[in-house]
Design a protein around this ligand. Structure first.
Ligand SMILES: *Cc1c(COP(=O)(O)O)cnc(C)c1O
Length: 397
């Protein structure tokens, strides 16, 4: 245990995180505290925009902007020409999902803990195309049941689309096993990796997914308003973006345009260049910690937090799954989540609340209305986790 911890330089991690001196931040699943290099990259670029002009600053920074594609590709084991930069994970996911040509009767298989925005999109597309949405049940550990998935397969399954780690708990869905099944059956496989990119090592070939989306601001510690999309080269041609602009396509004659041959067909022209540059810096920063080591630290901290909270009378920890990540969720009998959040805020402790409607199927199955979400990152400490649980103990009294 100690040797494991020694390999992670927590002092440096905190020194490079200015917010650590102000707050006990357990809202990393919402938005992590920025590390200094990411902050510097943002500010430096904004200053250049102010000093010499926005277009001129982008021209000057072209290498840094292009580097972001390389850094993200390295982070997830992809090629740089399989990465599109998009302003958030939802739009990234949407651009891919809405590109899939569904026919009446096509089946979309998804998971219990699916994120609201994704599920809303399934419903909309189902209504418009006649495709059907079906939910793969969980196994006894509360994660997607591989056996159930196998039994649901037939030639009408067009897409398997799941969330890797839900917004409302430490659950890690078995994406590599799902990917293996999807590949064997030749079915498109889409992964919402919003909570896992930056939290754990991700290799798209190990997962076996065709499409993956993620955001910048969560465990990756990038700026708000940044995100990206991965699309495997071999499926790119089947996917025509639902919206095109003069970046995604070229206007070649009065009656014709040509869609870009590469993955940047999912991007749009205007964007936040400071954020794009800083997202690449965040990816480099995540990798220099060694994601295997930082992931183990996150799991250890979350495990410690759960084991401190569980024995407190009235507190129920709700996380499921065999592997549990950094998102710790709990309720206190008879105490509203908002009250807990407010009381913690007085102590400068940040948590967030997961509402039923964000992951409706999962919350209804577990008969939950809301959860307090305390999400740890590698830069949190054992002392912080202990202080947090001491606060909860006081709240219960
Ligand atoms: C936060 C989250 C999203 C949405 O990400 P945005 O960057 O806000 O669009 C999607 N899926 C999951 C599982 C999330 O937790």
């Amino acid at each position: 245990m100690d040797t494991k911890r020694m390999r992670f330089d927590i002092e440096r991690a905190r020194k490079e995180t200015p917010g650590c001196t102000n707050v006990l931040h357990l809202n990393n699943a919402g938005s992590s505290l920025l590390p200094q290099p990411v902050l510097d990259a943002m500010i430096t670029h904004l200053q250049r925009e102010a000093a010499i002009g926005g277009y001129e600053a982008a021209d000057e920074a072209i290498d840094k902007i292009e580097h972001t594609y390389d850094a993200l590709a390295t982070l997830i084991g992809a090629h740089r020409d399989e990465i599109a930069l998009i302003e958030n994970a939802t739009r990234a996911w949407d651009m891919a999902f809405y590109s899939i040509p569904f026919k009446p009767g096509d089946r979309i298989l998804t998971a219990m803990a699916e994120y609201a925005s994704n599920y809303i999109a399934y419903l909309q597309v189902a209504q418009k195309t006649g495709a059907v949405v079906e939910v793969i049940p969980n196994d006894q550990y509360g994660q997607l049941s591989i056996e159930a998935l196998r039994n649901m397969l037939d030639e009408r399954v067009k897409l398997i689309s799941v969330t890797h780690m839900p917004t409302n708990g430490g659950l890690v869905n078995p994406v590599a096993q799902i990917g293996k099944i999807a590949r064997e059956a030749g079915i498109l496989f889409l992964v919402d990796a919003c909570q896992t990119v930056g939290q754990m090592p991700i290799q798209v070939d190990e997962i076996g997914c065709d499409i993956l989306s993620a955001t910048g601001r969560k465990y990756l510690r990038g700026p708000r308003g940044s995100g990206f999309l991965y699309v495997r080269r071999s499926v790119l041609e089947q996917l025509e973006p639902p919206m095109l602009d003069l970046h995604a396509a070229t206007w070649v004659s009065k009656d014709r345009y040509e869609i870009r041959p590469d993955v940047r067909r999912f991007e749009n022209w205007e964007g936040n260049y400071a954020a794009k540059i800083a997202l690449g810096v965040a990816a480099d920063y995540a990798m220099q910690w060694d994601l295997k080591v930082s992931w183990r630290r996150i799991k250890d901290l979350a495990y410690r937090l759960r084991s401190l909270l569980s024995p407190i009378p009235g507190v129920i920890v709700h996380d499921r799954g065999i592997t549990q990540g950094g998102i710790v969720t709990f309720t206190i009998d008879g105490v509203a989540a908002e009250h807990i959040q407010r009381e913690l805020a007085k102590e400068r402790i940040n948590v967030s609340i997961s509402q039923k409607s964000s992951t409706l199927l999962d919350m209804e199955e577990r008969q939950l209305d809301q959860l307090v979400r305390a999400s740890v990152h590698y830069y949190n400490t054992e002392e912080e986790v202990e202080r947090f649980s001491a606060c909860i103990e006081r709240l219960v009294q």
